[in-house]
Design a binder for this molecule. Sequence first.
Ligand code: PLP
Length: 398
Amino acid sequence: MNLREQFPLLASDPGIHYLDSGASSQVPQAVLDAVHTFETAQRANVHRGVHRLAEAATAAYEGARYEIAAFFSGRRDEIVLTSGTTAAINLVAHSFGDGLKPGDEIVITEIEHHSNIVPWQMLRDRRGLVLKALPVTVEGRIDLSALDGMVTKKTKLIALAHCSNVTGAVADLAKVVAAAKAVGAAVLVDGAQRVPHGPLDIPALGVDFYAFSGHKMYAPHGIGVLWGKRERLEAMPPFLGGGDMIRHVTIEKTTYAPPPTRFEAGTPNISGAIGLGAACRWMSGLDWKAIAQEEMRLTGRVLDGLAKVPGARVVGPLGLQQRIGVVSFALGQAHPHDVAQILDRHGVACRGGHHCAEPLMDRFDLMGTTRASIAPYTEDADIDALLEGVDEARRLLG
Ligand code: PLP
């Protein structure tokens, strides 16, 4: 399967070895075409005008919401369009979180991206809450054996990543949902790193909120989704106020539109939403069983290759079970930026740094790692270039 040729940036230069899809994926022609059609043939604002362009734009925007909902097995009124994962989590931290009382507890984990830590710290400080964090095992997984001691009758929310953006570990959500249900707590999942790896039935997970970003799943930047269980969204007040999210406004007071509109104040990212709808359509046409096998074969190549490099230390599971193709490693005492720069000389794009996961870096006593992330368009030549680059980095920096 040659997916690479569907991605203009990759097809333009065989010397580009893009292993930074965990930060932002590349975008296929099908998504670029959908955005181009909107901008050149349908461009207008949505939900307001009655002229034909306004109607075409509204139909395209709401059509995209249907496509996103269908891809994730949700209902259209459960899909709140946001600017990304960070915005989706902040929305919940305000709209759900401001209903919490002093002394209520929120459980997060030490594996989280800062976007699933900082909003909860801010909420804790606003509302006088208690914030706890599940530890991480040596293998780089959330230690769910600590759930029993940490989840109490005061727990109102457990917020965790579906897949770690550093270790690649996939969390056992069923265990978390069971622990939350036992005390009546809600579960929020940060799905940013899960969604690029194939279709997902979000309602079947049994969680209350699921947040993700379009730019990691082959769509434009600045668009994302908060999926929320209908009853949860209906019970939540809006976060931002303004146009579009209202039912009726007088100078004295405002009544609000039902979800999802209630949470989408102001002119939305219309072309971004259309791009995300197109990305869902594009993803629906792929053979994800074959892609998953290929992604794991390539991940295995990276893990095997690193195991042979003196001084290389993988931070994350060494096996292929319950993991995605995100591989982080330290190389002796070398600074990850230096490693990433040497890799760049080989045409390899890798992320080096703390990956917005400083508590996890502290857990492993590291200032950062170098991270290679694998996508459906990754090929053997990309892994060859990565391993050659790592070998040179070891010689120069090790
Ligand atoms: N959560 C995880 C696990 C991520 O990897 C990222 C981005 O790297 C985010 C959240 C934040 O996503 P965004 O910057 O698109 O809001």
